[in-house]
Write a protein that binds this ligand. Structure first.
Ligand code: 6R9
Length: 644
């Protein structure tokens, strides 16, 4: 069957920043004369000392390094704020839409945002923060979260944002891993009319992590929270005493900007490190061209700032480009299923960038929930986080976008800093479900299990063959793990962990993770993390976790649990284990299904055969493949008979 193709609309071909010919030209130039091309692109940033060198990366073990613009000096917050003041001081930088739609939005011009960030930076300094220190941010989606990020960047401190939905244990692990000395949090968060006990979670986390000297607490709800005057600082009281002037610290392009923990296939979450120059260039360049951004337009990325999408497309990319960025505190289905579209109407949103899981959950509410809101301001739609099923794509295109708005399906990762395979709306015809073509400077390849490069229309594992400026630089504290995780599977190439198909038109179709990472509602979850949480429970002997297809979430979490001898399986225990994982990691890790299993299918060498567990979880029990190599093939019959 021929693919469904949505050609570039005529007005986009005519008016977009980049058309098809421009795309082809720039793409070629970005690969053929890479260093010159990237030094030119670097000119879009404001440098204290402009770089004279571009790429100095090598993916080979002998001289392994990821390095860009190594002699350049700049400050990220100056690029996001100060340099816009001459011409755009009164332009709107940030629009904040509160959880409760009855409350007024808060709006900040570039001049106001600049003052807020400088003040925040001075509060951090007064709390003892110095250049290079790690500062953990555990915050709700309030403007102060953006102030805090930019304030860290301003003084050269490294922020590590921990998603507000993570548990105290998960938070503690992330604080300890990078030895944060300061935590910034709020009394409570608000989501869908409910309160999230952020400060209480921080207190619990700090019972087990001892590097933290000061906790800065924002008053977000005014709720009563425990307060330790020796350690805790109310932000508003401290901010009233400091000035709104703070000179930006000149940073080397390769100085760290932030750490962001993400799940991998093994072990504990990795601290992905991004640095100053290359990351900002990538966030800014992709934001402008992927979204065809025009000054004055309202850009809304609906991600949480606790994920990389929020870092790059709520804060750094848009603000580097002098854009108006919208931040939403609440949940998209509260108070009702029209909330997202009401926000589009209220703030005249031009670009909406969201996740397929949200679209699927809103789609099932029916079209009327969309149609009640005026969406004439929308010009462009975007998705990220997981493959989008063509049905959701068409609904987004036809119903949400009234058939007018192109959709940019952007494939990328925490590790890549920004979009990597993505349409440019004026240049590339769309195929629902395909992330289409590589962005400038990105050289994707599809390889087989042995690393052989597959040409033409094919399917295999996705690797990137050369360095790009937004690439992560290391795993915090474990450079060896960085090399092993990403560069040892296929020598000389960055391995993404994703499977991918390329069609006869050279379009890329991401088929999902090929490692033990599952993608639940666009959030990455390592099966090993959920397993470790389960086996911490005193009644659990062993656990194996796999993903299975889920209508709304994309993938759900299916856990096989073997209890200790003498323990009885029961419904209350099933619930207890679900709650246990929620408490250990956070709600996003809650298993959708738990199957009690007297035994797990293992090879004679003791390796769990996940392939079989996946098939059973998917309900595909007719093709379990060869089970003869199992130590005890009869366990499979029991698993099949007792599927959830
Ligand atoms: C930005 C972000 C990365 C993983 C990635 C892939 C999946 C992201 C996608 C997509 C298909 C897309 N993914 N975007 N799959 N189409 N447009 O999501 O980062 O949280 O690190 O997740 O998400 O599997 O490897 P992160």
């Amino acid at each position: 069957m021929a693919d469904d193709i949505y050609p570039v609309p005529a007005e986009w071909a005519r008016d977009a920043l980049v058309d098809a010919a421009g795309h082809a030209d720039q793409y070629r130039s970005s690969l053929d004369r890479a260093d010159a091309y990237w030094l030119e692109q670097a000119g879009r940033l404001d440098w204290v000392t402009p770089p004279t060198r571009a790429c100095e990366s090598s993916f080979d073990e002998a001289d392994f390094a990821i390095r860009w613009f190594g002699d350049g000096v700049l400050n990220v917050s100056a690029n996001c704020l100060d340099r816009h003041l001459a011409e755009r001081a009164d332009a709107i930088a940030l629009i904040w839409e509160p959880d409760d739609p009855a409350e007024a939005p808060r709006i900040f011009t570039y001049a106001e945002l600049h003052a807020e960030v400088c003040r925040f930076a001075n509060v951090l300094k007064q709390a003892g923060a110095r250049r290079g220190d790690r500062i953990t941010l555990y915050l709700p989606m309030i403007p102060e979260a953006a102030f805090a990020m930019l304030a860290c960047a301003r003084i050269g401190a490294i922020h590590s944002i921990v998603f507000g939905g993570f548990s105290p244990d998960a938070l503690a692990g992330r604080i300890t891993d990078c030895d944060s000395t300061i935590v910034v949090t709020a009394d409570e968060g608000r989501r869908g009319g409910k309160r999230v006990p952020l400060k209480a979670n921080v207190d619990a986390a700090l019972d087990q992590s001892f590097s933290v000297k000061k906790v800065i607490v924002l008053r977000a709800t005014g709720g009563a929270v425990p307060f330790d005057p020796a350690r805790d600082i109310w932000y508003d009281e401290a901010a009233a005493k400091v000035s709104a002037d703070c000179a930006p610290e000149p940073m080397n392009a390769e100085d760290p900007l932030f750490i962001l923990y993400t799940s991998g296939s093994t072990g504990k979450p990795k601290g992905v490190l991004h640095t100053t120059g290359g990351y900002l260039l990538w966030a800014s360049l992709t934001h402008q061209f992927v979204f065809d951004y025009r000054p004055g337009e309202v850009f809304w990325c609906s991600a949480d700032i606790g994920w990389v999408t929020g870092h790059s497309y709520i804060v750094y990319g848009p603000l580097a480009n002098g854009a108006t960025t919208l931040m939403f505190e609440g949940v998209p289905t509260w108070p009702d299923a029209s909330r997202v579209w009401r926000i589009v109407e209220r703030h005249r949103v031009a670009t909406l960038f969201t996740a397929p899981t949200l679209l699927r959950s809103l789609m099932k509410e029916g079209d009327d929930a969309v149609l009640v809101a005026d969406r004439a301001s929308l010009r462009l739609l975007g998705t990220v986080g997981e493959p989008i099923n063509p049905e959701a794509w068409r609904w987004y295109h036809d119903v949400v976008g009234e058939g007018r708005c192109p959709i940019v399906d952007t494939w990328w990762q925490t590790e890549t800093g920004g979009a990597m395979i993505t349409p440019l709306p004026g240049a590339i015809d769309l195929k629902p479900g395909s992330a289409t073509k590589p962005f400038f400077g990105v050289e994707p390849q599809i390889v087989d299990a042995d690393g052989k490069i597959l040409e033409g229309a094919t399917e295999g594992n996705l690797v990137i063959a050369r360095s790009w400026p937004g690439q992560m630089r290391t795993v915090w504290g474990d450079h060896e793990r960085f090399f092993q995780t990403y560069f040892s599977t296929y020598r000389g190439k960055y391995f993404t962990g994703d499977g991918c198909r390329r069609d006869e038109d050279g379009y890329y179709w991401i088929t999902g993770r090929v490692d033990d990472v599952i993608n639940v509602s666009g959030h990455r979850m390592g099966t090993a993390e959920v397993e470790s949480a389960l086996v911490l429970h005193p009644k659990v002997a062993e656990a194996a976790v796999v993903g299975f297809p889920h209508d709304i979430k994309g993938q759900g979490i299916y856990a096989y649990v073997t209890l200790n001898a003498g323990e009885e399986s029961s419904e209350p225990l099933r619930k207890e284990l679900r709650d246990w994982v929620r408490t250990e990691i956070g709600p996003i890790a809650t298993p959708d299904a738990i199957q009690f299993a007297p035994g797990l299918p293992k090879t004679r060498s003791g390796k769990i055969m996940r392939r079989i567990l996946r098939k059973i979880a998917e309900g595909d029990v007719s093709s379990l493949g060869d089970t003869s190599t199992l130590a005890d093939p009869s366990v499979v019959d029991d698993l099949v008979a007792n599927r959830n």
